[in-house]
Design a protein. Structure first.
Ligand SMILES: Nc1ncnc2c1ncn2[C@@H]1O[C@H](COP(=O)(O)OP(=O)(O)OP(=O)(O)O)[C@@H](O)[C@H]1O
Ligand SMILES: [Mg+2]
Length: 140
C-alpha cells in the first residue's frame, strides 16, 4: 500500500501523472471516495501522465463513460447513476476492458458490488479528506 498526502488539486493531478507512468495497460483503477473527493481530478492527471489531453477529461456522470486517447487509451467510467451489477454488465464493461490492453478508471465502482471486480486486475485508489487536504491510498 502506498499513501500520499495531497494539499491541493494540482498535487493530486501531479501524483496521478506520476502514478500513470507505472501502468502497462490492462489495469482497472477503482477510484474510491465521496462526492467531490477528487476522483475525476485524479483521472485528469492520469491522462496527462499518459501523454493525453487532460482538457478532454470531464465527469462521465451522464455519459457513463468517456474514452481518452493516450499512450495507453483510458476508459473513464462513472457508475453513479447505475443501480447494480446487471446494469454494469449491460454497459458492456467486459467488451470495453478489451482483454486488458487499455486502462479503465472507474468512479463509484461500489455500485457494481464487491463480487464484480475480482475478475479484473484492480488497483484501488482512495481519496479521503476535507478542504484542500486529501490522503490518497493506492492498493494493488
Ligand atoms: N487535494 C485535492 N485533490 C483533489 N481535488 C481537490 C483537492 N482540494 C480541493 N479539490 C477540489 O475538489 C473537487 C474534486 O472534484 P472531482 O470532480 O474531481 O471529484 P469526484 O470525486 O470526481 O466527485 P464525483 O463523485 O461527484 O464525481 C474539485 O473542485 C477540486 O478542485
Ligand atoms: Mg467524478
Amino acid at each position: 500500500m502506498k499513501v500520499f498526502e495531497s494539499h491541493s488539486t494540482t498535487d493530486t493531478e501531479n501524483f496521478a501523472a506520476e502514478f500513470a507512468k507505472n501502468l502497462r495497460g490492462g489495469e482497472v483503477l477503482l477510484l474510491g471516495g465521496d462526492l467531490g473527493a477528487g476522483k475525476t481530478a485524479f483521472v485528469r492527471g492520469l491522462v496527462r501522465g499518459l501523454g493525453g489531453d487532460s482538457n478532454e477529461v470531464s465527469s462521465p456522470t451522464f455519459a457513463l463513460m468517456n474514452r481518452y486517447e493516450a499512450k495507453i487509451p483510458v476508459n473513464h467510467f462513472d457508475l453513479y447513476r447505475l443501480s447494480g451489477e446487471d446494469e454494469v454488465y449491460d454497459l458492456g464493461f467486459d467488451e470495453i476492458f478489451r482483454g486488458g490492453r487499455e486502462v479503465c478508471a472507474v468512479e463509484w465502482f461500489s455500485v457494481a458490488g464487491e463480487e464484480f471486480w475480482p475478475d479484473y486486475p484492480c488497483i484501488r485508489i482512495t481519496l479521503l479528506g476535507q478542504g484542500e487536504e486529501r490522503t490518497i491510498t493506492v492498493e494493488d
